[in-house]
Design a protein around this ligand. Structure first.
Ligand code: NAD
Ligand code: ZN
Length: 250
C-alpha cells in the first residue's frame, strides 16, 4: 500500500464532504472497455463514424448494428466492481456526498449509490428520433435488429453523442456539488472530455483538495492533483475503505 493511499484515506475521513468524478476507467474492472488508450473502443471504432449525432441521424441502422448492439450487450452483462461498491459504501457512511460520472452504464446505481449525476446520460432509456416517445430498456430485443417506434422512427439511447448538448439541469446539479465539496475524488477518467476536463479546476479554485486514481497520469496530474494514485480504481477503493474502517474503530 502506498503512502498516497494512506494520505487519501486520511483526507477523505477528516474532511468528509467528498464528491467523486468518475469515468470509463472505473468500469474497466467490470469488463467494459474504455474509449481511449490500449484496448479502448476507439481503436476499433472511429468516434466520428459511430458516436456522432449526425452520423446516427444519417444511418441509425449501421450504428445500431455495429456499435450500439455490442456496447449494450457488454453493459447488460457487467456487474458493479469494488470501485462502484466502495463509492456506494462511502456514501452510506456519509463521507461521499455524490458522484458525477461520464459513464452511461448505470453501474454506480447498481452498486447502491443514490446521488449520481450522469452528465452523458445512460443506456437505460431510449427515445424515438422522430416523435420523441420514451422507451425502457426492457422493450429492446437484441435479436430483431435496430429498435423502431410505432411511428417508424428509430430509437436512440438517451446518452449524449458527439455534437449533442449536455442537459443544462444535469450541469447545474454537477456545478452545485462541485461548489460545495472539500475533496474531489477523481477515478478512471482521462479528463479530456468536457465537463470532466474543467471540473477539477473548478473544484480546486473553490478550495477543494484533489485526489486522482488513474491507470495513467493525465494532464491534470502534475498541475491540479494533490494526491495521485497510479493504480486500478477497484483495488485502491478497497484499500481506502480498509484504512477508513481502521480509523473509525481505533
Ligand atoms: P476514457 O476512456 O477517456 O479514459 C479512461 C481513463 O481510465 C484513462 O485515464 C485510463 O488511464 C483510466 N483507467 C483505465 N483502467 C483503469 C482502472 N482499472 N482503474 C483506474 N483507471 C483506469 O474515459 P472518460 O474520461 O470517462 O471519457 C470518455 C467518454 O467515454 C465518456 O464521455 C463516457 O461517456 C464514455 N464511455 C463510457 C463507458 C461506460 O459507461 N463504462 C465506457 C466507455 C466510454
Ligand atoms: Zn416515434
Amino acid at each position: 500500500m502506498t503512502d498516497n493511499i494512506l494520505k487519501a484515506a486520511k483526507l477523505i475521513k477528516e474532511q468528509g464532504n467528498v464528491i467523486a468524478l468518475t469515468g470509463a476507467g472505473v468500469s474497466v474492472e467490470s469488463g467494459i472497455p474504455p474509449f481511449r488508450g490500449k484496448g479502448g473502443l476507439w481503436e476499433k471504432f472511429d468516434p466520428m463514424e459511430y458516436a456522432d449525432i449526425d452520423s446516427f441521424r444519417k444511418n441509425p441502422e449501421k450504428i445500431w448494428d455495429v456499435f450500439l448492439m455490442e456496447k449494450k450487450a457488454t453493459i447488460d452483462k457487467a456487474r458493479p466492481n469494488d470501485a462502484h461498491k466502495g463509492l456506494a459504501l462511502l456514501e452510506r457512511i456519509d463521507l461521499l456526498k455524490g458522484i458525477i460520472t461520464s459513464n452511461i452504464d448505470g453501474l454506480h446505481q447498481a452498486a447502491g449509490s443514490i446521488n449520481v449525476v450522469e452528465f452523458h446520460g445512460n443506456l437505460a432509456t431510449y427515445s424515438c428520433i422522430d416523435c420523441h416517445k420514451m422507451f425502457g430498456s426492457s422493450t429492446l430485443k437484441s435479436d430483431t435488429g435496430p429498435p423502431v417506434c410505432e411511428c417508424g422512427g428509430f430509437l436512440k439511447p438517451n446518452c449524449i453523442f458527439f455534437g449533442e448538448a449536455i442537459n443544462p439541469i444535469v450541469l447545474k446539479r454537477a456545478e452545485y456539488m462541485i461548489a460545495n465539496c472539500k475533496v474531489l475524488l477523481i477515478a478512471g477518467s482521462s479528463l479530456v472530455v468536457e465537463p470532466s476536463s474543467s471540473i477539477p479546476f473548478e473544484a480546486k479554485s473553490n478550495g477543494a483538495k484533489i485526489i486522482e486514481i488513474n491507470a495513467e497520469p493525465t494532464e491534470m496530474t502534475s498541475s491540479v492533483t494533490d494526491i495521485f494514485i497510479r493504480a486500478k480504481a477497484g483495488e485502491t477503493l478497497n484499500q481506502i475503505i480498509y484504512l477508513i474502517n481502521k480509523m473509525i474503530v481505533s
